[in-house]
Design a protein around this ligand. Sequence first.
Ligand code: BTN
Length: 242
Amino acid sequence: MKLIKLDAIDSTNEFLKGLSSKQELQNYTVVTAENQLNGKGQMGSKWESEEGKNLIMSVLIKDFLTDNETFFNLNIVVSLAVIQVLENYAIPELSIKWPNDIMSANKKIGGILIENNIKGNGTITSIVGLGLNINQTQYDNLPRASSLAVICNSSFDKEEILFKIISKMEEFIPFYKENEVSLWNEYKSNLFRVGIPTAFSDENNINFMGIIKGVTDAGKLQIQLEDDSICEYNLKEVQMLY
Ligand code: BTN
């Protein structure tokens, strides 16, 4: 693994994307930043992080995904790698809020943004961005955000956590095919509010009750509705109200 440590950058995902378009990089090349000035979140949102406190990283994954039908496999690998590492730090009530928010109880402690690039020869290069809230203790105006430090009332070594997460990914990726079923099952069983009646809002802002049942191979969320039918949703089509 090659590690590029930056003091400040607009976005580690953008930096790594730019670098990989200019030169051939090793698989698992990692970029970290102490300060991210224009961090990107899912669906055009911003990722805010206090300087020096949290893990802000992007890692290059080459040739794991083979077609756009299986994009979600990388979500599974990354979110489970983070969850398994945090379990070893005894972070309580860990779960994955679909598709890949890292939760402790009902607080978001981490977010993942995966950007895939299909090359002319059909190979896929992925930039996996992870923001993990570690030692930040103030979350003004973000009532649903928290960090390991707030939850555990102690501070953590963010570089140690980074190395452990990358090692987990390096452990999962080469043997993914052999372990695909068990990893998917583990992902599904770790889903936030799986099997629990929950309020949602659809893309027309209509609220409804449903129960998360699982996730399709293409990564859609399966929700059982009140008439017992199962509906499948993309990220833009549904929001959980909790
Ligand atoms: C989310 O919206 O939950 C995803 C957040 C992803 C944030 C990380 S921080 C490192 C990497 N660089 C970015 O610009 N975004 C990701």
